[in-house]
Write a protein that binds this ligand. Sequence first.
Ligand code: GAP
Length: 472
Amino acid sequence: MYKLETIISLAKRRGFVFQSSEIYGGLNGCWDFGPLGVELLLNIKEAWWKAMTYRDDIEGIDASILMHPRTWDASGHTKQFSDPMIDNKTSKSRHRADNLIEEHIEKLRKKNKNDEADKIQIKLDSVKENSDYYDIITEHEIKDPISGSMDWTEVRNFNLMFKTFVGPIEDSSSIVYLRPESAQGIFVNFKNVMETGRQKPPFGIAQIGKAFRNEINTKNFLFRTREFEQMEMQYFVKPGSEKDWFEYWKEQRWNWYLSLGMKPEKMKWKNHEKLAHYANMAVDIEFEFPFGFGEIEGIHSRTDFDLKSHQEFSGKKMEYVDTVNQDRYIPYVIETSGGVSRGLMAFLCNAYEEEQVSDEKGGSETRVVMRFNKKLAPVTAAVFPLVNKDGMPELAHKIYKDLQKNFKSQYDVSGAIGRRYRRQDEIGTPYCVTVDGTSLEDGTVTIRERDSMQQIRISIDKIKNYIQDGIE
Ligand code: GAP
């Protein structure tokens, strides 16, 4: 297994991901997507949007990031959206108490002290209140990783929502929050969408949008960031049918990742033992990152918690009225919630491969190849003239301009042809088109396929259809 640093370095070198405001030293927990990163991001979102909304029973929306502050009282975020935090007085560093303990357990396991690690794990799993974290940290003499001291404060809750103000006056009446999940924009629009979309349960509302969390510990590249994007869908169902729909959506979401080339051996399910305040069933799809398995998407059965709570806080009915069967109810909700940037990181890790291939001089060299699903690849086609003379660049450039109308394409004239193939392999371009001497004589080119490295010769007027068929 390669290291996360290898992926981060490729991502930076080839323009997938940069540190946010890098020239000022960066901003912790924030990242910028470069020219290739933004293409990959858009391709992931497009694949999700098509899978989730190009069907009869799901409508899309795009709600605003700033919402009425009562939204977050109703959803429970004002009171409950917090992490247990502990400060070290010597280093003035702040940690998530549960993470600090988990890291200590990991260290013990690396030293083969499994009995002690198991003991602490059992205590961690049965934590009920903040003082339990404090007791574990002090009893097991867990030290601050920065100062090595045990000069700890008590464990307190730290709300993860970013606060800001609307209008010119910064007082308590003007506080608003950057949304910590996109889901609430869907719940508050439940009635609007059901009525204008002429839908009735079972039906869903899907949304892709930014969310913000003031995470205490941001780490592992794009895995835990303070600004990120979510792809969420709430599926409104008749109470009592939620179990079946939960199973249905588990299968749909798992298969979506497979359909985009995620390796099944790198995915697994994780059942939630401890359920969030709103859920009666919950599972995560996990992916094996270089640092271990981590959640990429959650599928939650949220009961009628959110709609009921919004009904109570807003005074507006959140029911579905079935006039045919004389029935009325607040629907139950099955939620599918995936992170776009976390998903992008999983697709990057999933695609990365190194292999030994023969080089142009008959020796061997390492080929780095991003085996993205062809639909997701940030660049679909690259066009090269074999040599930079004899009319080849002119013809190659014309083919490139034609392909660019349909596919994200690149034109490359610099360096030996083998180097140009390697550059495209490293960003996962599925097709490389080369114009050579024969092209000028008979109007054919070679197309090289990324994974097999096989080349075929086809006529110029067939290139577009060949590539289109390959990415479908
Ligand atoms: N509406 C439910 C909800 O937000 P969640 O498990 O907190 O549930 C859903 O988040 C998904 O959002 C996660 O599976 C993950 O992919 C992504 N996500 C959550 N927090 C994140 C963070 N700090 N950085 C990047 N992605 C995050």
